[in-house]
Design a protein around this ligand. Structure first.
Ligand code: HEM
Length: 179
């Protein structure tokens, strides 16, 4: 019987976890003053294009989830914890989309390229507008703190299940061996 997430959902979860967590320091480092130009350009290209990959993978993940809903959480978990998990998961989706979309707006409306999309002939979906680009930049800057807070909560709860409760909840998403 299916007790957790299916394999494609588990793989997408860990792939996105690694990429999204890496985006936070890369984004912070690339805007540091005094960074040499070549490194800054490289990090910007990496950050912008990986951000678009995140957006696409998140849409794939949502579609897969809608077609293959995960098995319900075990009855041993109190109701409030199930609700807290549900709210945290929704907030994670919202904040990742928020970061990816504000990043996209900041870049395209600011008149900058997204090299990967350009290479496959996809032009910016939005017109140039410096004022909106500045708002998106500010939202992208502050959104990171909300994302970090929600991620911290999510990771703390996951470790609590894996290391202390050992109730099988972590094993629902862990792809390598039964936890
Ligand atoms: C989950 C996705 C993303 C995360 C977690 C993320 C995170 C960050 C962080 C932490 C910063 C540093 C903010 C600062 O100190 O100013 C940053 C900056 C930036 N990000 Fe992202 N980002 C994401 C997606 C994107 C996407 C999709 C794009 C564009 C296609 C993008 C473009 C930028 C740009 C241009 C900056 C520099 C802002 C500026 O100062 O002009 N980001 N990002």
């Amino acid at each position: 019987m299916q007790t957790g997430y299916r394999r494609p959902a588990r793989i997408l979860h860990w792939l996105l976890a690694v990429i999204i967590i890496a985006m936070l320091p890369v984004g912070g480092i690339m805007v540091t003053e005094g960074l040499d130009r070549a490194t800054q350009n490289l990090l910007f290209i990496l950050h912008k294009n990986t951000g678009v990959v995140i957006l696409v993978l998140m849409l794939v993940r949502l579609a897969y989830r809608a077609m293959n809903p995960p098995a319900p959480l075990p009855n041993s978990m109190p109701g409030w914890q199930k609700q807290a998990a549900g709210v945290t998961h929704i907030l994670l989706y919202v904040m990742v989309f928020f970061m990816a979309i504000t990043g996209y707006i900041r870049v395209t409306m600011g008149g900058f390229p997204i090299e990967g999309l350009g290479a496959i002939g996809l032009h910016p979906l939005l017109p140039r507008n410096e004022a909106v680009a500045e708002i998106a930049k500010t939202l992208h800057f502050y959104g990171r703190f909300v994302l970090i807070a929600v991620l911290a909560l999510h990771i703390a709860a996951a470790l609590h299940h894996a290391l202390i409760l050992r109730d099988g909840v972590f094993g629902r998403i862990w792809p390598f061996w039964r936890a």
